[in-house]
Design a protein around this ligand. Structure first.
Ligand code: NAP
Length: 332
């Protein structure tokens, strides 16, 4: 086996700016772990862009190879659970944060991070979903676990053109829910309706400044990806017994609310974490993504890029300008 491989390499400059280059790395420089994986595809998530631009909350030490997602073929394994040649995927845990990540032709990880590729999903399809799609699926899984059915009423999805939001719109619509897609991109109506949104709402419509404890009850549930006042507004806009999931902080990490929706309308707010999520739930949800929740529009949702094109996409996701999912191709 060739001992070197291509990787994105983020380095800190003397003036505390960060630069990104494609370099050759040595397989021996990878961290210890039972499973060496030849990466075929990775994907771009907001968190990757933070890691690739020097955010110490995500990545403490540089130089570093980001990429919180990877799908590929087991090249070597010291674990009886995975044989060489098996198709697998890894998302979350410490991959791409402080462990060398998926923007490289190889990763080496602990066996208990690895998920067998479910039947019905190709390596490429698994990374069109990536962490964002998996998080969207976890959010829908939690709504269902808390008894929000298509009959309960409309579901709001915020950051709807983003990675998590767009997959959530698609899964919910496919599962029979009426979806209200909340977006800051008025021109994205056709894209969102194509994914199955019944209604497209401007972001400002769910960014209440009135200070009231309750607003008109519009939604049975919400998949929130942005946090801040938009999440606070949604909590005030849920039906009695409504459920909101919270996974992101694109608008703000602050949540300024009152207890009234919880104590007077039995509203629930469910936290979503894709990083440490148990293997049991992980495999169950990936299987849903490979079967009943598999999106018909999966290919249309994604744009593919190479390692060389990735730095530009990283800048664009930070500017909130990307739509859908960005797939990163590592293998030729
Ligand atoms: N908890 C977890 O395990 C987990 C996993 C994955 C992601 N996340 C988090 O979830 C969030 C979304 O991730 P993503 O990968 O979907 O990111 P993304 O692709 O960048 O999408 C974020 C979307 O949010 C909207 N947006 C941008 N700026 C905004 C603002 N100032 N106020 C309100 N909305 C804004 C935009 O959609 P519109 O223009 O359509 O509004 C944008 O496309 C991030 O905070 C990410 O860190 C968490």
């Amino acid at each position: 086996m060739d001992k070197t491989f291509r990787a994105l390499w983020v380095t800190e400059q003397s003036n505390q700016t960060f630069s990104r280059q494609i370099v050759q790395r040595d397989i021996d420089s990878l961290p210890p772990g039972e499973v060496l994986i030849r990466v075929h595809y990775s994907s771009l998530n907001y968190k990757d862009a933070l890691s690739a631009s020097g955010n110490r909350g995500v990545t403490r030490n540089y130089p570093h190879t980001p990429g919180i997602d990877a799908a590929g073929i087991v090249a070597e394994s010291q674990s009886p659970a995975f044989k060489a040649g098996a198709p697998v995927l890894v998302t979350g845990y410490d991959l791409g944060m402080n462990t060398s990540g998926g923007y490289a032709e190889y990763i080496r990880v602990p066996a208990d991070w690895v998920v067998p590729l479910p039947d019905g999903l190709s390596l490429r399809e698994s990374m069109i979903y990536g962490t964002a799609g998996f998080t969207a699926a976890l959010s829908v899984y939690q709504l269902q676990k808390h008894d929000i059915t298509p009959e309960s009423g409309k579901i709001a999805v915020t950051g709807a053109t983003g990675g998590v939001g767009s997959v959530a719109v698609g899964i919910l619509a496919q599962a029979g829910y009426e979806v209200a897609a909340v977006t800051g991109k008025p021109e994205a109506g056709d894209f969102l309706r194509g994914l199955g949104a019944g209604e497209v709402i401007g972001r400002e419509e769910v960014d209440d400044q009135s200070g009231r404890a309750f607003l008109k009850a519009r939604f049975a549930g919400a998949v929130d990806t942005v946090g801040g006042n938009i999440l606070a507004t949604l909590l005030k806009s849920l039906h009695y017994g409504g459920v909101a999931t919270c996974c992101g902080l694109v608008q703000s990490s602050q949540l300024n609310t009152t207890v009234f929706p919880f104590i007077l309308k039995s509203v629930s707010l469910i936290g979503i974490d894709s990083v440490q999520c148990s293997q049991e739930v992980r495999r169950l949800v990936w299987n849903k993504l490979a079967t009943g929740w598999k999106l018909e529009q999966l290919e249309e949702l994604s744009r593919e890029c190479t390692l060389e094109e990735l730095p530009d996409r990283i800048d664009r996701i930070l500017e909130g300008k990307l739509k859908g999912r960005t797939l990163v191709r590592l293998a030729s």
